[in-house]
Design a protein around this ligand. Structure first.
Ligand SMILES: Cc1cc2nc3c(=O)[nH]c(=O)nc-3n(C[C@H](O)[C@H](O)[C@H](O)COP(=O)(O)OP(=O)(O)OC[C@H]3O[C@@H](n4cnc5c(N)ncnc54)[C@H](O)[C@@H]3O)c2cc1C
Length: 393
């Protein structure tokens, strides 16, 4: 996966509705036809990424004053869902650029915004978002990657893991310890020098969610020219708070990946119910198939509602947005895994053919339980907050 310069934005894809239609066409004409091969070969073709950039998907949150469309998270929900109906890797590939956009908008200096947002809006720059390390996921106290200032940039040491776009995206937002005790800061890290001796890159092989580059980085006294702390001098030690804050957008994106999977699981179940001959009729004549499909549909509606509510709460800057996006991500991902299992029971052996859609969904769905925070870790955080609040009263 690498990004190439897209054609300029066109009026035809300027509104959310037009963007959605363009994504639908991409999914129907291209993705459904090729996803089996892309998944097997673990590729997300450059032409598909270039098309997404051309439609304006990765830069959609950039406001008009920086050359973007300024769409809302609510307007992107259907876009992310439709892309995930084709392949969750499409919805995942665009996600981290939104996180970078939100970091710049919420916490960047004006100079940092002006440097990067117009290029994100134009689809030239896609961004990675790097928190995880080999020894640290949810537990940020264990993060060890460090930075210290040097002339024109920062010196970086340590290891990062599971970085989407970590091979080819030109920019990264990375959480690191500032040497000298300032704490965790968010580093704006241009990719120059990546792949060299002091910043080595390894691509990770994955069970599902294939096509998205998931990289591991190792820094050894790497001099990162142009690297700086997000937000400048006022932001030392604020990185964990900043990066966790914008993850609410990522959790809605992951929930939309799950919703796309639920949609496809229902479609697979309906194909089985209507086309599989059983007894004197078809599988769908039997009450157990009707019950399964009915339950899948009702749970799909519940997930749609909570995802929409979470997206609106982010757009409206509601204090509950973090918790609602967690609820949406957890509910959607658990439902996706369950829905794929339901459809697979109806399809039986046909869900086990390598290359069948259900076989891929079985591998893809669990990614949504892990990405943007393991569900258990997210639930623990919600529960702990509630219990502490009650203990004080
Ligand atoms: C395909 C894929 C793509 C990814 N892309 C990115 C990316 O682009 N950028 C990035 O930074 N990361 C990325 N990740 C990493 C992902 O965000 C982490 O895997 C996730 O946050 C969970 O971290 P962990 O796997 O270390 O598990 P942990 O957070 O360590 O959780 C493991 C288990 O520990 C327990 N646990 C967690 N917290 C607590 C606690 N406080 N108290 C008690 N028990 C606890 C829970 O049971 C939990 O399930 C990706 C991961 C995958 C699989």
């Amino acid at each position: 996966m690498s990004t190439s310069t897209p054609r300029p934005l066109t009026d035809a894809t300027h509104t959310a509705g037009a963007m959605l239609e363009a994504c639908r066409t991409l999914v129907h004409d291209d993705v459904f036809v090729h996803v089996r091969d892309w998944d097997r070969e673990d590729i997300l073709p450059d032409a598909v990424l270039a098309r997404l950039a051309e439609i304006g998907v990765p830069g959609a949150l950039v406001p008009p004053r920086y050359g973007g469309r300024g769409l809302t998270v609510s307007e992107l929900v259907e876009v992310w869902r439709v892309l995930a109906q084709g392949w969750i890797s499409l919805t995942g590939a665009v996600n981290t650029t939104y996180l970078g956009t939100a970091l710049l908008l919420r916490y960047g200096t004006e100079a940092q915004r002006e440097q990067w947002l117009p290029r994100i809006a134009a689809g030239e720059v896609w961004a990675s978002f790097s928190i995880t390390e080999p020894g640290a996921g949810s537990d940020l106290r264990r993060l060890e990657t460090s930075v210290r200032p040097t002339a024109g940039g920062l010196v970086v040491n340590g290891q990062k893991r599971w970085i989407a776009g970590g091979l080819s995206f030109p920019l990264a937002f990375m959480l690191a310890q500032e040497e000298g005790g300032a704490g965790l800061s968010c580093v704006v890290l241009p990719a120059d020098g990546r792949g060299g001796e002091t910043w080595s890159v390894e691509l990770l092989d994955k069970l599902g969610y294939r096509g998205v580059e998931s990289a591991a980085w190792r820094f050894a006294d790497h001099h990162a020219d142009g690297a700086e702390i997000l937000g400048g001098d006022d932001s030392h030690g604020q990185g964990a708070r900043q990066m966790i804050d914008v993850l609410e957008i990522g959790r809605v994106n992951v929930a939309c990946r799950a919703l796309g999977i639920i949609d496809r699981a229902i479609e697979c179940a309906l194909v089985e119910a209507s086309q599989r001959d059983i007894g004197r009729g078809v599988l769908g004549d039997y009450s157990h198939a009707q019950l399964r499909v009915g339950e899948m549909r009702c749970r799909q509606r519940v997930v749609e509602a909570v995802v929409g509510r979470a997206a609106a709460s982010i757009d409206n800057h509601e204090p509950e947005s973090a918790e609602l996006s967690t609820a949406a991500k957890v509910a959607a991902s658990e439902t996706a895994v369950w829905a794929v299992e339901c459809a697979s029971r109806l399809a039986a052996s046909r869900s086990y053919n390598e290359g069948s859609e259900l076989a891929r969904l079985r591998r893809d769905a669990p990614q949504t339980q892990i990405g943007e925070g393991a569900n258990d870790a997210l639930l623990l955080a919600v529960g702990k907050g509630l219990i502490r609040g009650r203990s004080r009263t």
